[in-house]
Design a protein around this ligand. Structure first.
Ligand SMILES: [Mg+2]
Length: 182
């Protein structure tokens, strides 16, 4: 897909009501630490979390759609207040379609950020396809918008900031209203 100009990205972002996110490599740096007992640890970025909390406060819908299953994701989603959590999603496109139907939204109202080949279908369906800077090369080619930041390192925050700025919802400075734990 042709990369959007910044003006075109802002126009598309202004329409977004749902920001759907892959987890590994988007909300995290893609690394999974597996302990002896099989428990997992992942690296999330606290500033991505803050942006998600702010987006939810302003009425944006946030979803996480992961191909894997992990308790860590449940904990992080609960902490941030994300209600749309889909794990073990072998077919992310179907999950996204079902969620859009449930929310009564057209695809043009959805952004999807992914980093690997199993995200490509959902990205192609969403009105706004986004990728972190360190996504797989095929995903970088397919994305209409690529963050300057890597997965787990601010890519999600930059996407949400773009959407909220286009909608006049991003605060000019982070004040007390946004001081929740994120
Ligand atoms: Mg991924």
């Amino acid at each position: 897909m042709r990369r959007l100009s910044s003006a075109a990205a802002a126009r598309a972002a202004a329409k977004i009501s749902l920001v759907a996110l892959d987890v590994d490599g988007v909300l995290t740096d893609g690394k999974i630490i597996i302990n002896d007992d099989g428990g997992e640890a992942k690296n999330f970025h606290v500033r991505d979390g803050m942006a998600i909390v702010m987006a939810l406060k302003h009425g944006l819908q946030i979803a996480v759609i992961s191909g894997r299953r992990s308790k860590v994701v449940e904990h992080r989603a609960r902490e941030l207040g994300i209600r749309h959590v889909y794990q073990g999603a072998g077919d992310k496109l179907s999950v996204l379609k079902r969620l859009l139907a449930k929310l009564k939204l057209t695809p043009s109202r959805a952004a999807f950020m992914g980093d690997d080949i199993n995200d490509l279908e959902a990205m192609g369906f969403a009105g706004f396809s986004a990728a972190p800077a360190d996504a797989d090369s095929s995903v970088l080619e397919a994305a209409a918008w690529v963050s300057s930041f890597p997965g787990g390192g601010g890519a999600v925050r930059e996407l949400i900031r773009l959407v909220m700025t286009a909608q006049g919802k991003w605060p000019s400075h982070d004040g007390k209203a946004y001081s929740d734990e994120a």
